[in-house]
Ligand binder design. Structure first.
Ligand code: SF4
Length: 345
């Protein structure tokens, strides 16, 4: 098969992994990311994955892939590489190919962004080596629990193949590893995802959890199942920001879930702020400012710094602190009770 066709097939097949689309490399040195599989065949049975259905032998040798990437990099067509692989036979063999590709790149002077995927069941030595070579490594949970994963991926053992490996990943690259959940493939609720999210950030130390709305793919066992709505993915990212960036506990944000444990198509932060009295811009402590929709951690810090100089009195003052317009209805200026909605903002 011509190399161009193989490349096209392997980059298309890599599309099932969502993480790099919204990934922010730590040193901001990655513009165009080549996202590709080393091998586009897999003997595993993940019911949501298109790679399992591929019969063609799309595969690249580590040296060939490294050579192609280095050429693209020299020509300015790729700044970073995200590399994963199907598992056509032994996991160790597939993982060794990923590590070898990274090793060849580094030995040939590539210093740019490299994200290497850790395959389920990978050997600890390969994980340690991948962490030495890469800026980021990750292993996908795919589902929030062992029972949910067993519904969509019978071959993978959640505890042994994924959680145990994730603990090794966390040891090898503390605070810089990520994971992904497929949303809506296994019938899991958002409450289950929220519990998993909190474990990932508080106990496992993941830098990011990515959420990928399930899409039924032709030829897979789930092809006739309904796709998860994209808004659900979006709302999960908003919930994630509250847990990860704001440090709010899962039991604090769980009020936004309905009686069955699902999110509504509404901003969780706005739902949590409903019915609360307006917050005094000039006196509220950081946690109270943070609960206002339109004020994030940075905006809250700027307000605290600005009011050390003088009290805030206008919409223009708030704008200078980076506060969004939608915050107005949740704020007031001091004890006189004047709400910020009275000001142009
Ligand atoms: S392990 Fe599962 S998700 Fe990964 S490539 Fe194989 S079938 Fe797809």
């Amino acid at each position: 098969m011509p190399i161009g066709d193989t490349l096209a097939a392997l980059t298309e097949a890599a599309g099932f992994d969502m993480s790099p689309r919204s990934e922010r490399p730590p040193r901001a040195r990655c513009g165009r990311l080549l996202k590709i599989l080393l091998c586009g065949r897999c003997s595993f049975d993940c019911a949501y994955c298109g790679v399992r259905t591929k019969k063609e032998a799309y595969t690249l040798d580590p040296a060939d892939l490294a050579g192609i990437f280095l050429k693209m990099h020299r020509e300015g067509r790729a700044d970073g590489l995200f590399l994963s692989s199907g598992i056509p036979g032994e996991v160790d063999e597939a993982m060794a190919g990923i590590v070898e590709t990274g090793d060849i790149l580094r030995k040939n002077g590539f210093t740019g962004y490299l994200h290497l995927k850790v395959l389920p069941g990978a050997a600890r030595a390969d994980i340690v080596e991948a962490a030495r070579l890469a800026d980021r490594i990750s292993i996908n949970l795919e589902a929030p629990s062992a029972s949910r994963l067993s519904e969509i991926a019978g071959v993978k053992d959640y505890r042994q193949d994924i959680e145990k490996r994730q603990a090794w990943v966390a040891d090898a690259m503390p605070g810089r590893h990520t994971t992904q959940l497929v949303v809506g493939a296994a019938g899991e609720s958002d409450a289950e995802i929220l519990g998993c999210m909190e474990r990932q950030y508080r106990r496992v130390g993941a830098a990011r959890v990515y959420y990928s709305a399930f899409t039924p793919l032709p030829g897979t066992p789930l092809q006739r199942c309904a796709a998860a709505p994209l808004w659900r993915q979006h709302r999960l990212y908003q919930l994630d920001a509250l847990v990860r960036a704001y440090g709010w506990r899962a039991d604090r944000v769980a009020d936004v879930l309905d009686e069955y444990g699902f999110l509504a198509d509404a901003d969780p932060k706005i739902l949590l702020a409903r019915g609360l009295p307006p917050v005094d811009v000039n006196a509220a402590p950081y946690p109270d400012l943070l609960r206002v929709p339109g004020i994030g951690p940075e905006g809250a810090r700027r307000i605290l710094a600005a009011r050390q100089e003088r009290p805030l009195r206008s919409g223009a003052d708030l704008r200078r602190c980076g506060v969004a317009h939608r915050a107005a209805e949740y704020l007031r200026f001091g004890d006189d009770g004047v709400q910020t909605t009275l000001f142009a903002f």
